[in-house]
Design a protein around this ligand. Structure first.
Ligand code: NAP
Length: 478
């Protein structure tokens, strides 16, 4: 088991519950002060092959109740240890401890919904005598597990992203090899250990950290793996799409979500949603507000109020409970974001607040008069940047919102029903939230994007269980 010390977490990769004792270790450093937070032993190409073999040769068929019990046990164990998990997320990702606490709450809900789904029947019945060609038969459906899933996760929600893959897969009865981000592997290893402790047959779950060619790419290309479920960047997602071959591929990729503020908006709400959407989780949510689009009639008032609100989002030591915004994932990411701001300024944008960087700590940054073709508008900038643009009417707002390669989510601030309906119908995106941030969801509702944000296949616990299983039909005379 992972040894927790006040100093350094010493973790291992696991092949079907067996810890890998390798000489090569991955070091995890705090993005805030660069201290060594933990180490994880690295898996080799041979370990990857072994994990696949173990999963396929030691197949376990669990009843629905057994799957429910295991997931519910993990849920209870997580509740007992939520502080330990929050501390780990905060230390390895640099996320503010208040965000880390929030993430453990979301992770709990994922387990709660996944466990609950195990108890629901998922079959359908089709009577066949309902057309002139009919017969006295019935067709029944049931879901069957897949042979093996490879789940590859990003750094930005180190615990919740992992659970959004492994909980639905295991609820479906499908074994998993998990490859978490090398930037935030400690929460992933710890939650894997919780599954073992909760009674999961060990062959059903491995967690491997290792070189991309030895682990991630080997899993993606292996024909024995039925599904690759990936969440991460567009570049890696498209590479996976081109190399995976004949298997199911689920891609949840980047975002560039707008918050659109109409002239009738409740200004208090608009200001709050813009700040929460832009700065929570250090702006590192795939559904974070990446473009604030404001009707030109109310823009000046919005900007004045928003700058005041943004000042409340203090950034600093992630471990301090008073800190609202921690670091971004590393200094390289912060430096990149700084350069994106400088490029926008060179194009005529104005920094109204923030913009200063110390290591991986980047102040929440409000930027006004950003040109529509600035890099921070066209591409995803994964950090606490809040660029503001104006539009003249709803047609302009819809055109501007849709003028992006991404299509993950959106938020609209309006009390005008006609506006709301037009946005719901005309925005080319996976989600439209009225009077909410683009990131609003519950853990079991369908979630996922289109265009470069994904293939339109939804996750969220209920849909993800469908991804990790297939439908078998059988029919009988009736
Ligand atoms: P990333 O660089 O694409 O990495 C994601 C995962 O892919 C990591 O585990 C990484 O491993 C692995 N990987 C790297 N190269 C690979 C390859 N050739 N084949 C297979 N796997 C490979 O993404 P990130 O920077 O961690 O995460 C941020 C991105 O994720 C943002 O774009 C964000 O919008 C997106 N995201 C999307 C959603 C959504 O639901 N749509 C949710 C959260 C985040 P290593 O760490 O070992 O390199």
């Amino acid at each position: 088991m992972t040894e927790i010390s006040t100093e350094v977490i010493q973790a291992t990769s696991y092949v079907a519950g067996t810890p890998i004792h390798a000489s090569q270790v991955l070091e995890v450093h705090s993005p805030y002060d660069n201290r060594l937070v933990g180490t994880v032993t690295m898996a080799s190409a041979e370990d990857t092959q072994n994990a696949i073999k173990q999963a396929l040769e030691n197949k376990v068929s669990l009843t629905r109740y057994e799957r429910y019990q295991i997931l519910d046990n993990v849920r209870k164990l997580l509740l007992e240890r939520k502080e330990e998990f929050a501390q780990t997320i905060c230390a390895e990702a640099g996320l503010a401890i208040r965000e880390a606490h929030y993430e453990t709450g979301r992770a709990h809900d994922v387990l709660f919904f996944a466990a609950s789904e195990c108890l629901k029947d998922d079959g359908q019945i089709f009577s066949c005598d309902i057309s002139p060609q009919g017969k006295a038969r019935k067709i029944f459906t049931q879901r069957e597990p897949l042979n093996l899933a490879a789940c590859i996760t990003p750094f930005n929600h180190p615990l919740n992203q992992v659970l959004h893959k492994i909980a639905p897969a295991l609820a479906a009865g499908t074994p998993v090899i998990l490859k978490p981000s090398e930037k935030t592997p400690l929460s992933a290893v710890k939650i894997t250990e919780l599954f073992y402790e909760a009674g999961l047959p060990k062959s059903m779950l491995s967690v491997l950290l290792g070189k991309t060619a030895d682990v991630a790419e080997a899993l993606v290309k292996d024909p024995r793996i039925d599904i690759v479920s990936f969440t991460g960047s567009v570049a890696v997602g498209k590479r996976i799409a081109s190399t995976a071959g004949y298997k199911k591929v689920i891609l949840e990729l980047g975002g560039n979500s707008p918050l659109i503020i109409m002239e009738d908006a409740d200004m208090d709400k608009a200001v709050l949603l813009a700040a929460e959407g832009s700065f929570r989780n250090s702006g590192q949510r795939c559904t974070a507000v990446k473009r604030i689009l404001v009707h030109e009639k109310i823009k000046d008032e919005f900007v004045t109020r928003f700058v005041e609100k943004a000042k409340e989002y203090n950034c600093g030591d992630p471990a301090d409970p008073e800190t609202k915004v921690g670091t971004v994932i590393d200094e390289a990411a912060a430096t990149h974001l700084e350069s994106v701001v400088q490029k926008a300024v060179a194009q005529g944008a104005k920094v109204l607040l923030g913009g200063k960087r110390t290591g991986a700590l980047l102040e929440p940054t409000v930027i006004d008069d950003v040109p529509r073709d600035a890099e921070m508008i066209v591409k995803e900038s994964f950090g606490p940047l809040a660029p503001i643009l104006s539009f003249k009417d709803i047609d302009d707002a819809i055109a501007l919102a849709n003028a992006t390669d991404f299509g993950l989510s959106s938020g609209i601030v309006t009390n005008n029903m006609a506006y709301a309906i037009r946005f719901i119908k005309e925005l080319k995106t996976g989600t439209v939230n009225i009077n909410e941030v683009p990131g609003y969801r519950i853990e079991c509702s369908p979630f996922g994007g289109i265009k470069d944000s994904g293939l339109g296949i939804k996750e969220g616990v209920i849909e993800a269980i469908k991804c990790f299983s297939y439908v078998k039909t059988f029919s009988m005379p009736w």
